[in-house]
Design a protein around this ligand. Structure first.
Ligand code: COA
Length: 221
């Protein structure tokens, strides 16, 4: 699989002040796969996913994948995915178009993942990230993730270790400020047309710190 087969399209010009109105998050579809490879290849290097990887993940019952699209041009600007297994959300991938980085789109994907996980009543989110990927680590640390361990030689290409990061417990009263601010940000961004075609659009407003989670937390103290 080569970058020549999947050239990276020149991204649209985005302005921070106006871009939110031009963006859309919707569930990933199998037909999106060829449009994700131009982002996937430069983002993940030699052991990047191929079209079938995305198609298989879209069919995966425990997976939730979504794409970030620039509405006026239809261009794909990013994507992310999470598996919900029992009460844990595990982030499997997250990437933005290299031409529109450092504009807050990675944050948008992370807040969306938080919102989905909270709505699905997950206790926390986890993920693996390369030891050397400081840039992504910064993004996750900014949103409250912390390191709980390492997975030695997790990455086949370089034998590099992975850091295992998790969020605070999503219903943890001790994290109330962080979780509330992320969810408030998410809800604001989820307004209007933002989640077109996504179940969140019709979902009742999230109630932070739902009673079952609250009670579980209180009982565990
Ligand atoms: C990691 C990635 C998703 C970030 O996307 P992005 O659209 O640039 O992210 P944002 O603009 O929302 O940046 C948010 C935060 O990420 C961190 N960050 C982003 N770019 C950074 C840079 N060049 N240097 C240091 N930190 C950076 C910062 O904490 C930043 O917050 P700040 O602006 O307040 O400093 C993107 O670089 C990417 O797709 N990388 C390749 C794939 C990858 O590594 N995915 C993660 C796998 S675990």
């Amino acid at each position: 699989m080569t970058a020549e087969k999947y050239p990276l399209p020149t991204p649209p010009e985005l302005k921070r002040e106006t871009m939110m109105q031009e963006l859309l998050i919707r569930p990933m579809q199998k037909a999106d796969a060829p449009f994700l490879l131009p982002i996937e290849i430069p983002s993940f290097g030699r052991f990047h996913w191929n079209e079938d990887s995305f198609r298989n993940e879209v069919s995966n019952q425990v997976a939730n994948y979504f794409v970030l699209i620039h509405k006026p041009t239809g261009q794909f600007l990013g994507y992310a995915g999470v598996w919900f297994v029992v009460d844990e959300g595990h982030i499997t991938t997250l990437a933005t178009h290299p031409g529109v980085r450092s504009m807050g789109l990675g944050e948008l994907l992370v807040t969306h993942l938080y919102g989905l996980a909270y709505q699905a009543q997950m206790l926390l989110l986890t993920l693996e990230v390369r030891c050397s990927n400081f840039l992504a680590q910064n993004l996750y640390y900014k949103y409250g993730f912390h390191m709980v361990g390492t997975r030695p030689r997790y990455y086949q290409d370089t034998q590099e270790d992975a850091l295992l990061l998790t969020t605070p417990l999503l219903g943890d009263l001790r994290q109330v400020d962080l979780i509330n601010s992320v969810l408030a940000d998410f809800l604001e961004r989820a307004g209007g047309e933002w989640c077109d075609g996504h179940s969140l659009k019709d979902a009742p407003a999230l109630t932070p710190f739902a009673p079952p989670l609250n009670q579980a937390m209180e009982a565990s103290k």
